[in-house]
Design a protein around this ligand. Structure first.
Ligand code: SF4
Length: 296
């Protein structure tokens, strides 16, 4: 190749250019300088790939500043890096063979009642006649939970003693074949909401710690939630009771089933609603290994 120091004429220059192009051709990069620029970039890319291939454990070396990732790039990286999370099942089915296991000392209903005292923790205390704590077998297999006392319950200080309570008694005693005093019955709130309205959030949240302690004291094998309100409060289920009744949920390891509230079944069409309740209660009985009687 001609040394640039030897160029003294146009002819020398032409020879130098010819030699240069010939040299590039031997290198495998024939053509004009613009091709040389592209070829050099290609060489750099190939060198980077070669280096990465020779040391696979090392991080890839960037030959230029990284471009700002586009939204598409970012989402692709996110999709590759993040494990796919499947949605939890809509109806978590508790293991029917499992009994709830609580750590720590078992709570005693009497001490919970004593701690509740003549409660004025929420505004329902202003209008109640009696606190309706709950009643039944402290060792019951089944715990029924409603939303709150009505007028009859407020009067007597006992849960489910009005018309709806009478129907609940029929479900328990005639349907399931269990004396009422062998189950445990309680409510989300222990004082009657005025005009039988739903308990408000502050009232439910203030009162529910006592109910939760009662559940831990009784340790039932099954909880049956009577209607939409206890279902929403204890399980956080927002769907309508007509959609989700009869399905198993899990409350602190206890198989829990929402069913219709007895007062809902006092309104037409009673026969259809009570048939649905009976189908749900049969699931509870099957779960507990109870014999299913014929026609009810
Ligand atoms: S509803 Fe519960 S928290 Fe409210 S006053 Fe009655 S017992 Fe107390």
């Amino acid at each position: 190749m001609t040394d640039s120091g030897d160029i003294h004429s146009i002819e020398d220059l032409l020879h130098a250019v010819a030699d240069y192009l010939e040299w590039q051709k031997r290198l495998g990069h024939p053509g004009l300088p613009v091709d040389l620029l592209l070829a050099r970039r290609q060489q750099e890319r190939e060198r980077a790939v070669s280096q990465a291939a020779s040391s696979p454990s090392s991080a890839p070396q960037r030959t230029s500043a990284p471009a700002t990732p586009t939204q598409a790039d970012t989402s692709t990286e996110r999709n590759n890096d993040m494990p796919r999370v499947s949605k939890p099942p809509v109806q978590p089915i508790a293991d029917p063979t499992r009994k709830p296991v609580y750590t720590g000392e078992r709570l005693v209903l009497e001490s919970i009642r004593s701690e509740l005292g003549d409660c004025t923790r929420c505004k329902l205390s202003a209008t109640r006649k009696n606190i309706v704590f709950g009643e039944g077998n402290p060792d019951a297999d089944i715990m029924f939970i409603g939303e709150g006392p009505g007028a009859d319950e407020d009067e007597q200080g006992r849960p489910f003693v009005g018309r709806a309570g009478k129907l609940l008694d029929r479900w328990i005693e005639l349907g399931m074949g269990i004396p009422r005093n062998q189950v445990y019955i309680a409510n989300i709130v222990k004082c009657r909401p005025p005009n039988n309205r739903d308990p408000e959030t502050d009232e439910a949240e203030t009162c529910m710690p006592f109910l939760k302690q009662q559940i831990r004291a009784v340790q039932p094998r099954v909880i049956v939630l009577l209607g939409r309100v206890p279902m929403g409060r204890l399980l956080g289920v927002k769907e309508g009771i007509t959609r989700v009744h009869g399905n198993w949920y899990d409350y602190e390891g206890i198989p829990t089933m929402p069913i219709f509230h007895p007062s809902y079944c006092l309104r037409p069409p009673q026969d259809e609603k009570r048939r649905i309740v009976w189908e749900d209660l049969k699931k509870v009985m099957i779960h507990l290994g109870m014999p299913i009687p014929g026609k009810k």
